[in-house]
Design a binder for this molecule. Structure first.
Ligand code: ADP
Length: 252
């Protein structure tokens, strides 16, 4: 299988309260096409910074990112737009994916219109995707604040997969939802995994969710990858005390 994503020696430092804070320290990993890779770690371990660096929303201080063999480190805003045809990010807060003043349907088809697809074709395609993610077609006419958090996250998923990206990055996509809705969103992602050929980078503080959804997992602690392996290997035989704590917190 081809490598879809490679991070090489990525470091990133932020200034927090006038002191330098290393959010990522020499992070390297690869991901194969079609793989479902989890990143797990406690809050503040650097998971979202990895997602932002892959999607070029943050620039690394050091290191390189390769997507489908191409160096995408430090793309310009214009170049980034092209990248987003092939790579999409879904956030923790569903409403963050949408402009509050634009109806959901218009936001969902925006990416397709940017690709030159006609409005009528884009609309037809959108209805198919609304069916797929399980929200009524008439919701296309609602504003983000007029639907529930779970429905908004479904719409965000529809929006992300409309352009058939090669890589879908899910950053704590269930954390802001209540437990039953979390389960529905995981079931939806599971269904998509079977039906749509994409690679998934699934970021969560919850190793139980990662276990449900991923093939392989990277464990992050204080900006570093401290452990990696298949989900079963890491959960059955964790090498780090830190990983054991993550497991004990949710699986025992
Ligand atoms: P996680 O996603 O695992 O919770 P983050 O990647 O969001 O962790 O953050 C890692 C560390 O970097 C945290 O200490 C966080 O406070 C810090 N950080 C992230 N983004 C910024 C920023 N824009 N400015 C300052 N510090 C940041």
């Amino acid at each position: 299988m081809n490598t879809i994503l490679e991070l090489k020696d990525i470091s990133k430092t932020f200034t927090k309260k006038n002191t330098l804070h290393k959010a990522l320290d020499d992070v390297s990993f690869t991901m194969k096409e079609g793989e479902c890779l989890g990143i797990v770690g406690e809050s503040g371990s650097g998971k979202s910074t990895v997602a932002k660096i892959i999607t070029c929303l943050e620039r690394p201080d050091n290191g390189s990112i390769y997507f489908k063999g191409k160096d995408i480190t430090g793309l310009t805003r214009k170049e980034r737009k092209k990248l987003y045809k092939n790579m999409q990010l879904i956030f923790q807060m569903p409403v963050d994916s949408f402009n509050p003043r634009i109806k959901l349907g218009s936001s969902i088809i925006e990416g397709m219109l940017n690709q030159g697809i006609s409005k009528s074709d884009a609309k037809l395609r959108m209805y198919g995707f609304l069916d797929l993610v399980g929200i009524p077609r008439e919701y296309a006419l609602k504003y983000p604040h007029e639907v529930s958090g779970g429905e908004c996250q479904r719409a965000a998923i529809a929006r992300a997969i409309m352009t058939s990206p090669d890589l879908l990055i899910c950053d704590e996509v269930t954390s802001a939802l209540d437990v039953t809705v979390q389960k529905q969103i995981i079931e939806l992602l599971d269904k998509l995994k079977k039906e749509q050929s994409m690679s998934y980078l699934f970021i969560s503080h919850d190793i139980a969710l990662v276990q449900q959804f991923c093939d392989r997992v990277l464990v992050m602690y204080q900006g570093q990858i401290v452990e990696e392996g298949t989900v079963d290997q890491v959960i059955m035989n964790p090498k780090e005390e830190y990983t054991k704590k993550l497991i004990d917190a949710v699986l025992l």
